[in-house]
Write a protein that binds this ligand. Structure first.
Ligand code: ATP
Length: 200
Protein backbone atom coordinates (compact mmCIF):
# COMPACT_ATOMS: atom_id res chain seq x y z
CA UNK A 1 0.00 0.00 0.00
CA UNK A 2 1.76 3.24 -1.09
CA UNK A 3 1.88 6.07 1.44
CA UNK A 4 -0.47 8.99 0.78
CA UNK A 5 0.95 11.44 -1.74
CA UNK A 6 3.09 14.24 -0.40
CA UNK A 7 2.90 17.88 -1.50
CA UNK A 8 4.86 19.91 1.03
CA UNK A 9 5.15 23.63 0.43
CA UNK A 10 7.17 26.05 2.53
CA UNK A 11 6.66 29.79 2.03
CA UNK A 12 8.52 32.73 3.47
CA UNK A 13 9.59 30.75 6.53
CA UNK A 14 11.58 32.40 9.32
CA UNK A 15 13.01 30.58 12.33
CA UNK A 16 14.47 32.13 15.43
CA UNK A 17 16.54 30.64 18.27
CA UNK A 18 16.29 32.96 21.25
CA UNK A 19 17.17 36.45 20.07
CA UNK A 20 18.86 35.21 16.91
CA UNK A 21 17.06 35.06 13.57
CA UNK A 22 18.51 31.98 11.88
CA UNK A 23 16.90 32.51 8.49
CA UNK A 24 13.94 34.21 6.89
CA UNK A 25 12.14 34.21 3.56
CA UNK A 26 12.80 30.50 3.03
CA UNK A 27 10.64 28.82 0.42
CA UNK A 28 10.74 25.42 -1.21
CA UNK A 29 8.50 22.54 -2.17
CA UNK A 30 8.89 18.82 -1.70
CA UNK A 31 6.70 16.30 -3.48
CA UNK A 32 6.42 12.56 -3.19
CA UNK A 33 9.32 10.87 -4.97
CA UNK A 34 11.76 13.68 -4.19
CA UNK A 35 14.73 13.85 -1.87
CA UNK A 36 15.94 17.24 -0.74
CA UNK A 37 19.54 17.34 0.49
CA UNK A 38 19.67 20.21 2.96
CA UNK A 39 23.14 21.72 3.18
CA UNK A 40 24.65 24.60 5.11
CA UNK A 41 27.45 25.53 7.48
CA UNK A 42 27.49 24.53 11.14
CA UNK A 43 24.90 26.66 12.89
CA UNK A 44 23.07 27.64 9.68
CA UNK A 45 19.84 26.29 11.10
CA UNK A 46 19.35 22.93 9.37
CA UNK A 47 18.36 21.07 12.53
CA UNK A 48 16.16 23.97 13.57
CA UNK A 49 14.39 23.84 10.19
CA UNK A 50 13.73 20.10 10.51
CA UNK A 51 12.51 20.58 14.07
CA UNK A 52 10.15 23.27 12.85
CA UNK A 53 8.74 21.03 10.13
CA UNK A 54 8.39 18.22 12.66
CA UNK A 55 6.28 20.53 14.81
CA UNK A 56 8.87 20.71 17.60
CA UNK A 57 9.52 24.41 17.08
CA UNK A 58 7.19 27.27 16.20
CA UNK A 59 8.27 29.35 13.19
CA UNK A 60 8.71 33.09 13.64
CA UNK A 61 6.92 33.67 10.32
CA UNK A 62 5.79 31.93 7.17
CA UNK A 63 3.63 29.00 6.16
CA UNK A 64 4.14 25.28 6.04
CA UNK A 65 1.51 23.64 3.85
CA UNK A 66 0.91 20.00 3.03
CA UNK A 67 2.46 18.45 6.12
CA UNK A 68 1.10 14.93 6.47
CA UNK A 69 -1.52 14.36 9.12
CA UNK A 70 -0.38 13.22 12.54
CA UNK A 71 1.60 10.01 12.21
CA UNK A 72 2.61 10.87 8.66
CA UNK A 73 6.23 11.69 9.21
CA UNK A 74 9.32 10.04 10.58
CA UNK A 75 11.85 12.13 12.45
CA UNK A 76 15.41 10.89 12.88
CA UNK A 77 17.53 13.42 14.68
CA UNK A 78 21.12 13.49 15.90
CA UNK A 79 19.97 11.18 18.64
CA UNK A 80 18.70 7.80 17.59
CA UNK A 81 15.53 7.76 19.64
CA UNK A 82 16.60 4.55 21.36
CA UNK A 83 16.49 3.66 25.04
CA UNK A 84 20.02 2.51 25.87
CA UNK A 85 18.80 0.22 28.65
CA UNK A 86 16.42 -1.78 26.47
CA UNK A 87 17.31 -4.39 23.88
CA UNK A 88 17.22 -3.60 20.17
CA UNK A 89 14.02 -5.58 19.78
CA UNK A 90 12.36 -3.98 22.82
CA UNK A 91 13.16 -0.57 21.38
CA UNK A 92 11.65 -1.40 18.04
CA UNK A 93 8.60 -2.98 19.63
CA UNK A 94 8.13 0.23 21.60
CA UNK A 95 8.17 2.31 18.41
CA UNK A 96 5.95 -0.15 16.55
CA UNK A 97 3.47 -0.09 19.42
CA UNK A 98 3.50 3.68 19.43
CA UNK A 99 2.85 4.07 15.73
CA UNK A 100 0.41 1.22 15.36
CA UNK A 101 2.66 -0.87 13.13
CA UNK A 102 2.44 -3.95 15.35
CA UNK A 103 5.23 -6.20 16.58
CA UNK A 104 5.16 -8.23 13.36
CA UNK A 105 6.81 -5.29 11.56
CA UNK A 106 9.91 -5.46 13.78
CA UNK A 107 11.59 -8.58 12.45
CA UNK A 108 11.56 -7.64 8.75
CA UNK A 109 12.80 -4.14 9.58
CA UNK A 110 15.69 -5.41 11.72
CA UNK A 111 16.58 -8.03 9.13
CA UNK A 112 16.62 -5.40 6.42
CA UNK A 113 19.11 -3.23 8.28
CA UNK A 114 21.23 -6.28 9.11
CA UNK A 115 20.93 -6.36 12.90
CA UNK A 116 18.31 -9.04 13.57
CA UNK A 117 21.04 -11.17 15.16
CA UNK A 118 21.69 -8.33 17.61
CA UNK A 119 18.04 -8.08 18.64
CA UNK A 120 18.56 -9.21 22.24
CA UNK A 121 21.57 -6.94 22.87
CA UNK A 122 21.09 -3.90 25.07
CA UNK A 123 21.39 -0.83 22.87
CA UNK A 124 24.09 0.55 25.17
CA UNK A 125 26.38 -2.30 24.06
CA UNK A 126 26.08 -1.48 20.34
CA UNK A 127 28.55 0.48 18.26
CA UNK A 128 27.56 3.89 16.92
CA UNK A 129 26.86 2.48 13.45
CA UNK A 130 24.82 -0.42 14.84
CA UNK A 131 22.73 2.07 16.81
CA UNK A 132 22.22 4.08 13.63
CA UNK A 133 21.02 0.95 11.85
CA UNK A 134 18.57 0.32 14.68
CA UNK A 135 17.32 3.87 14.22
CA UNK A 136 16.90 3.28 10.48
CA UNK A 137 14.82 0.19 11.28
CA UNK A 138 12.32 2.54 12.90
CA UNK A 139 11.72 4.15 9.50
CA UNK A 140 10.97 0.80 7.92
CA UNK A 141 8.62 -0.54 10.56
CA UNK A 142 5.86 1.70 9.28
CA UNK A 143 5.62 3.49 5.97
CA UNK A 144 5.17 7.22 6.37
CA UNK A 145 5.19 9.69 3.48
CA UNK A 146 7.69 12.20 4.89
CA UNK A 147 11.13 11.44 6.33
CA UNK A 148 13.00 14.23 8.14
CA UNK A 149 16.52 12.92 8.62
CA UNK A 150 19.21 14.88 10.44
CA UNK A 151 22.71 13.62 9.61
CA UNK A 152 21.50 10.06 9.04
CA UNK A 153 24.85 8.95 7.57
CA UNK A 154 26.72 9.48 10.83
CA UNK A 155 28.43 6.29 11.93
CA UNK A 156 27.45 4.19 8.92
CA UNK A 157 30.11 2.07 7.22
CA UNK A 158 30.31 1.58 3.45
CA UNK A 159 27.66 -1.14 3.44
CA UNK A 160 25.55 0.99 5.76
CA UNK A 161 25.76 3.88 3.29
CA UNK A 162 24.70 1.59 0.45
CA UNK A 163 21.84 0.27 2.55
CA UNK A 164 20.77 3.81 3.39
CA UNK A 165 20.80 4.73 -0.30
CA UNK A 166 18.62 1.72 -1.11
CA UNK A 167 16.15 2.54 1.66
CA UNK A 168 15.91 6.14 0.54
CA UNK A 169 15.50 5.15 -3.12
CA UNK A 170 12.74 2.68 -2.25
CA UNK A 171 11.02 5.27 -0.09
CA UNK A 172 11.05 7.77 -2.96
CA UNK A 173 10.00 5.15 -5.52
CA UNK A 174 7.03 4.35 -3.28
CA UNK A 175 5.90 7.97 -3.39
CA UNK A 176 7.58 9.19 -0.20
CA UNK A 177 9.66 12.33 0.19
CA UNK A 178 12.66 13.07 2.37
CA UNK A 179 14.48 16.10 3.68
CA UNK A 180 17.99 15.04 4.60
CA UNK A 181 20.75 17.06 6.23
CA UNK A 182 24.27 15.81 5.67
CA UNK A 183 27.68 17.41 5.61
CA UNK A 184 28.85 14.64 3.31
CA UNK A 185 27.44 13.97 -0.15
CA UNK A 186 24.48 11.61 -0.24
CA UNK A 187 25.42 8.20 -1.64
CA UNK A 188 25.99 8.31 -5.41
CA UNK A 189 23.35 7.00 -7.76
CA UNK A 190 20.30 8.26 -5.86
CA UNK A 191 17.75 9.63 -8.31
CA UNK A 192 15.53 12.61 -7.65
CA UNK A 193 17.92 14.40 -5.28
CA UNK A 194 17.79 18.19 -5.18
CA UNK A 195 20.09 20.37 -3.11
CA UNK A 196 18.92 23.21 -0.90
CA UNK A 197 21.62 25.35 0.72
CA UNK A 198 20.53 27.15 3.84
CA UNK A 199 22.06 30.59 4.37
CA UNK A 200 24.48 30.31 1.44
N1 ATP B 1 19.23 25.06 22.62
C1 ATP B 1 19.64 26.14 21.96
N2 ATP B 1 19.47 27.38 22.47
C2 ATP B 1 19.85 28.48 21.79
N3 ATP B 1 20.44 28.43 20.60
C3 ATP B 1 20.64 27.23 20.05
C4 ATP B 1 20.25 26.03 20.68
N4 ATP B 1 20.58 25.00 19.88
C5 ATP B 1 21.13 25.54 18.79
N5 ATP B 1 21.17 26.88 18.89
C6 ATP B 1 21.72 27.82 17.91
O1 ATP B 1 20.90 27.82 16.77
C7 ATP B 1 21.71 27.95 15.61
C8 ATP B 1 21.27 26.90 14.61
O2 ATP B 1 21.54 25.61 15.15
P1 ATP B 1 21.19 24.31 14.34
O3 ATP B 1 21.50 23.15 15.21
O4 ATP B 1 19.82 24.41 13.76
O5 ATP B 1 22.24 24.41 13.12
P2 ATP B 1 22.72 23.32 12.06
O6 ATP B 1 22.72 23.98 10.73
O7 ATP B 1 21.91 22.08 12.18
O8 ATP B 1 24.21 23.06 12.54
P3 ATP B 1 25.18 21.78 12.44
O9 ATP B 1 25.62 21.68 11.01
O10 ATP B 1 26.31 22.16 13.33
O11 ATP B 1 24.44 20.56 12.93
C9 ATP B 1 23.15 27.86 16.04
O12 ATP B 1 23.70 29.15 16.02
C10 ATP B 1 23.08 27.36 17.45
O13 ATP B 1 24.11 27.93 18.23
Amino acid sequence: MPPPSLQLEIRDLAVRRGPRLLFEGLGFALSGGEILHLQGANGAGKTSLLETLAGLRRPAAGQVRGLPEEGGLHWLGHRNGLNLNLSVLENLEFWCGLNGAGAAACQPALERVGIWKLRHRLVRTLSAGQKRRAALARLLAQRRPLWLLDEPLDGLDRQGLELFAQLLAEHAAGGGGALVTSHQPLPAGLAGVRILVLNP
